[in-house]
Design a protein around this ligand. Structure first.
Ligand code: PPS
Length: 313
């Protein structure tokens, strides 16, 4: 295993901006309150979800999302600066985390914290992660997709095994303070309705209507679910603003959300958080051999989940 990580109890974390004392404090003393936590394994669409939650809080007003970096609006709990911001904050907090369930303080399970967990086809997560991490100094550069693929299946990537992450968090899926969302459902096409057409046309060339977000994907239905969960109500014009400003294209252009202002020692200039924004992009990158190798591990590790839970199966 690479030593180019920060390790905490056998779990690899990015090697900049993290330290094991803080992760230990989160686990042992960071008391959860009436907070909202947006959670995912990395590259599952968490930034999209945070943008939507911020827009819901402001009823579609874009001032906040266009003037404050996303990591200040919803601090990243296990990151050094995020932790200090959150630990000193009073009242209900909005926060972001990629932590596995067992690294949260036990108060999470007795508090009124609302948890929104987003998951995504792990093959797309793998491809997204390869392109993302390779353009950062947050982990050792894998050099090729094949090498990253091997690391991913072994859990030797930031936050460890996707399979363990999802199994851990999905154990909460029947809890009333837990909302489970799927990136791939967000991206399902609805019939185009003139009200939902978002500004610029951008043809991403794939067949899911994703990426460019000129069509309204099934984001509306998902936003309604999030509002219900958070106890918020939107007027139709507020909903349309949220659809517009959380679209792939709008977020790609919003420097407060697209990671273009991350510290230059962390990322290269061509890092693109909003890269494809599609489902099924893995088919453009996996060879037949990689796809078969992935399926084999997937079948073994995902045994026991109910049929129909994962839309890509
Ligand atoms: S991170 O760095 O772990 O927090 O990344 P995360 O935000 O979880 O995931 C990044 C992927 O989400 C896609 N994304 C979107 N897709 C569609 N619409 C919108 N608005 C959107 N915002 C982010 C982003 O493009 C990354 O996926 P890939 O496949 O790399 O494009």
């Amino acid at each position: 295993m690479s030593s180019d990580y920060v390790w905490f109890e056998g779990m690899p974390f990015p090697c900049m901006g993290f330290n094991k004392e803080i992760i230990g404090k989160i686990r042992h003393s960071f008391v959860m309150r009436e907070d909202t936590v947006v959670l995912s394994y990395p590259k599952s669409g968490m930034t999209w979800l945070v943008e939507i939650v911020c827009l819901i809080q402001k009823k579609g007003d874009t001032k906040w999302i266009q003037s404050v970096p996303i990591w200040d609006r919803s601090p990243w709990l296990e990151n050094e600066s995020g932790y200090f911001e959150l630990v000193n904050k009073e009242g209900p907090r909005l926060m972001t985390s990629h932590l596995p369930i067992h690294l949260f303080h036990k108060s999470l399970f007795s508090s009124k914290t609302k948890i929104i967990y987003i998951f995504r086809n792990p093959r797309d997560i793998l491809v997204s992660g390869y392109f993302f991490w390779s353009k950062t100094n947050l982990m050792k550069n894998p050099g090729s997709l094949e090498t990253y693929f091997e690391w991913f299946l072994k859990g030797n990537v930031p936050y460890g095994s996707w399979f363990e992450h999802i199994r851990g968090w999905l154990s909460m899926r029947e809890e009333k303070n837990f909302l489970l969302l799927c990136y791939d459902d967000f991206k399902k096409l609805l019939p185009i309705h003139p009200l939902f057409v978002v500004h610029v046309y951008h043809d991403d060339g794939d067949d899911d209507g994703g990426g460019g977000g000129d069509h309204d994907d099934d984001t509306r239905g998902t936003i309604e679910k999030i509002c219900e969960f958070l106890g918020k109500k939107l007027e139709p014009d507020e909903m349309n603003l949220i659809l517009k400003y959380s679209s792939f294209q709008a977020m790609k252009e919003n420097k407060m959300s697209n990671f273009s202002i991350v510290r230059k020692d962390i990322a290269t200039n061509d890092l693109q958080l909003l890269r494809e924004g599609a489902t099924g992009d893995w088919k453009n990158h996996f060879t037949v051999a990689l796809a078969e190798a992935f399926d084999k591990v997937y079948q073994e590790k995902m045994a026991g989940f109910p049929i129909g839970l994962f839309p890509w199966e």
